[in-house]
Design a binder for this molecule. Structure first.
Ligand code: AOF
Ligand code: ZN
Length: 357
């Protein structure tokens, strides 16, 4: 592996991450233009509908470096697009600028791209090097690639455990994380399009489910309420954020309590994968499942998840609802004050996992 290629791709990945949560339904993408071991341009896709990373990188080149563009190498975290979306194809730009070498991390599985961007560049004599920091690049593009190739949202499970393995009490709300951790949770909320909780959690916690401690948008709150359990004074039915209530066809249902609340009718008997397919059709590319345990368990049992973030606080509850067990091989662990956060990826994404290691 060429170390320089990795170094520049790492920079491109850093740039891509700057717009985390802002680019949906696009992935975050970064690009770096290098002439003789010197970065002469860099950029990232900042928001959906805004110019792509390649465009931003080329726009950033100073006048005195413009002549070097054709002899530079363009590092992009994702295969350049070759289709007209909200913006023109980046492959056209690369060919027009006569750039001879492009290095990418992974493919864009979007319809019409998925290898065609690479092929088109090669057909025009551009040398394309693939798979540089592929694992990191694939993770960066994963929400987009799962959404377009599996027609379902990317699913992140989030749960908080007490030190003795409980996730809460059936009858009342218990806070199982410290204020420092809340910010991380709000950052997660910013990362996704939507957040889903069961009616049990909604009733016990009466949560707001907004992103108040991190910048950026609020996710859509989604609550499956097939048995009409939600009282109309629920907090999230009355603030300014968007809320979707999933229900079966019910002509007697009261009108939505506010303009931001939308009823989404799902046929009775639709299973969890079917609900996810429905949400993808409604444009939801990623969803954070914040509980409660029954909801999380149903995602685990249906094998409908991609990532799980579990926090464990130093508090003992002594009794309560036992959380799902059997989590081994966290991919990462961070500590925020008294809370440990373990980050798991679904085994399908892991090369190997040694529970004893
Ligand atoms: C790139 N560079 O920075 C991004 C790409 O609707 P549009 O115009 O934003 O285009 C959507 C397509 O571009 C789709 O295939 C998406 O995955 C890709 N995103 N591609 O070359 C970028 N953000
Ligand atoms: Zn593009």
């Amino acid at each position: 592996m060429n170390m320089n290629q990795e170094t520049y791709m790492r920079r491109a990945l850093d740039l891509a991450r700057l717009a985390e949560g802002d680019t949906s339904p696009n992935p975050g993408v970064g690009a770096v233009l290098v002439y003789r071991d010197r970065i002469i341009g860099e950029g990232f896709h900042a928001a959906y509908g805004q110019p792509h990373a390649e465009v931003m990188a080329l726009r950033s080149v100073r006048p005195e470096d413009q002549d070097f563009i054709p002899d530079s190498t363009l590092f992009v975290t994702l295969e350049p697009c070759c289709v007209y979306g909200r913006t023109p194809p980046c492959t056209d730009l690369i060919i027009r600028e006569r750039i001879k070498k492009v290095v990418i991390s992974c493919l864009d599985k979007s319809p019409g791209v998925n290898g065609h961007g690479v092929a088109l560049l090669r057909d025009h004599g551009v040398e394309v090097i693939e798979h540089i920091l592929q694992e990191e690049g694939e993770y960066q593009a994963l929400i987009r690639n799962v959404f377009v190739s599996e027609q379902r949202p990317y699913v992140i499970l989030k749960m908080a455990f007490s030190k003795d393995g409980f996730v809460g009490r059936a009858e009342n709300q218990v806070n199982l994380s410290n204020p420092g951790s809340w910010r991380l949770v709000h950052r997660l909320r910013h990362r996704v399009d939507a957040i889903l909780v069961g009616t049990g959690t909604a009733l016990i916690d009466n949560p707001q489910l907004t992103n108040r401690l991190f910048w950026g948008n609020d996710p859509i709150r989604i609550i499956p309420d097939f048995n009409k359990k939600l009282p109309s004074d629920q907090a999230f039915l009355h603030d300014k954020g968007p809320t979707w209530i999933l229900c079966h066809k019910d002509p007697e249902r009261d009108p939505p309590p506010s303009q931001q609340v939308i009823y989404k009718v799902i046929p009775a008997g639709t299973d969890l994968p079917g609900i996810l397919t429905y949400l993808a059709k409604e444009g939801v590319t990623s969803i954070l499942i914040e509980g409660g345990p029954t909801m999380i368990l149903s995602f685990l049992e249906s094998d409908c998840w991609d990532e799980a973030i579990l926090s464990t606080t130093d508090r003992f509850l002594g009794s309560g609802i036992v959380g799902p067990t059997g989590w081994t091989c966290p991919q990462d662990r961070i500590r925020i004050g008294t809370d440990d956060f373990d980050w798991f990826r679904h085994p399908r994404y892991l090369r190997k996992c040694d529970p004893t290691g």
